[in-house]
Ligand binder design. Structure first.
Ligand SMILES: Nc1ncnc2c1ncn2[C@@H]1O[C@H](COP(=O)(O)OP(=O)(O)OP(=O)(O)O)[C@@H](O)[C@H]1O
Ligand SMILES: [Mg+2]
Length: 341
């Protein structure tokens, strides 16, 4: 058997065995045989790759399309649309959930603003409408008592001014643009009680200020307004006579606490959380008729507490009346040192 190894010289073979013909597949044969199959395989891989990529990208990006749709709807003013994405908890689901929460908060904020604007317009229109009615009545009947008319117009006008001032104060506290300084809550409590003592005496209410010195950082004017509103509420929404009001201040861990507690009619527990909403007044049965407040007192208190990074807690007393607890951030020791300088 003849064996030709790659190192052998073909000429030596030729010499020994005569002409040698080496046969095998030609290049063109190879090309003809494999090219169509290779092209078909390539085409298949290309189509498969493109199709697979397209389907995969579609599946991967579908959540983004839904999020983009919700964002477009929100941009066009529809805040009620939600993504509500189902499936496993991945990054897209997390993003969609955060987006839904943001939309929910935006929607409730816008609804609150609309309610506020509607209530404010209504409340501002009321004194104007009453003034017009009084003036019309005076014009139609010149013999009417002018003194009484002026007195009633004065009352209505004062109410309108109080309302406008309340609204201005609310927006000032919400903007948080006020200078901050160390404030002693116990001194503020005493000042508020002193101012309102004549009102308490007139209504036969016992007003006590107890507790210790406790400091916070904030606007003295706003904090005084906050405490005054609370003490005034505690007096006017109390029993018709013989009620009590206690204003207590104390430091607690790193907070300054103010508590205003008063006797009064029992408050329905479902009503209490709504009392801090602007223009929210107690039910007719609970309201004392002489005190026709506009319903901004507690909303202003809440807004001042928020602007000072504090918390407000309203608890109805089982025997009637209310306990209002405010926690404001306490003063760090170094600031306390500064304030005494
Ligand atoms: N200390 C309190 N004890 C019992 N009820 C209270 C007390 N404080 C507030 N309320 C109830 O909450 C309602 C809202 O209080 P808020 O101070 O906001 O308004 P107002 O006192 O009616 O009017 P305004 O303070 O604007 O003159 C009151 O109408 C009253 O029914
Ligand atoms: Mg009030």
């Amino acid at each position: 058997m003849l064996r030709w190894l790659p190192g052998d010289d073909p000429r030596s073979l030729q010499k020994t065995f005569g002409p040698v013909i080496i046969t095998g597949p030609k290049r063109s044969d190879l090309l003809r045989g494999f090219a169509p199959a290779a092209a078909a395989a390539l085409a298949f891989l290309l189509v498969f790759g493109l199709l697979g990529g397209w389907i995969l990208a579609g599946r991967m990006l579908a959540p983004l399309t839904r999020i983009a749709y919700a964002a477009r709807m929100a941009a066009n003013g529809s805040l009620s649309h939600r993504i509500r994405m189902k499936g496993r908890q991945d990054e897209f689901r997390g993003l969609a959930d955060v987006f839904d929460t943001m939309l929910e908060q935006l929607e409730s904020h816008v609804a609150e603003q609309q309610r506020f604007a509607a209530n404010a317009s209504h409340e501002l229109r009321t004194p104007l409408a009453i003034s017009r009615t009084l003036l019309d009545a005076a014009r139609n009947d010149p013999t009417r008592d002018q003194g009484e008319l002026i007195e009633r117009l004065h009352t209505v006008n004062t109410r309108a001014i109080n309302l406008t001032e309340g609204l201005l104060l609310l927006s000032r506290a919400d903007r948080r643009s006020f200078p901050r300084e160390p404030v002693d809550l116990s001194l503020i409590a005493e000042e508020a009680a002193e101012t309102l003592l004549p009102l308490a005496e007139k209504r036969q209410i016992t007003l006590d200020v107890t507790g210790e010195t406790t400091q916070t950082i904030g606007s003295t004017a706003l904090i005084l307004r906050m405490v005054t509103n609370l003490v005034q509420n505690a007096i006017v929404h109390n029993l018709p006579a013989g009620g009590t009001v206690t204003v207590h201040t104390e430091p607690q861990h790193d907070a300054s606490v103010l508590r205003v507690e008063n006797t009064g009619h029992p408050l329905p527990s479902e009503l209490v959380p709504t009392l801090t909403e602007p223009f929210q007044r107690g039910t007719e049965r609970i309201r004392t008729d002489e005190h026709a407040g506009v319903g901004l007192g507690l909303a202003i208190v809440h807004s001042i507490v928020r602007a000072h990074d504090g918390t407000l807690d309203l608890t109805p007393r089982p025997t009637g009346g209310l306990i209002v607890t405010i926690r404001l951030p306490g003063t760090p020791p170094q600031e306390r040192g500064l304030s005494t300088c």
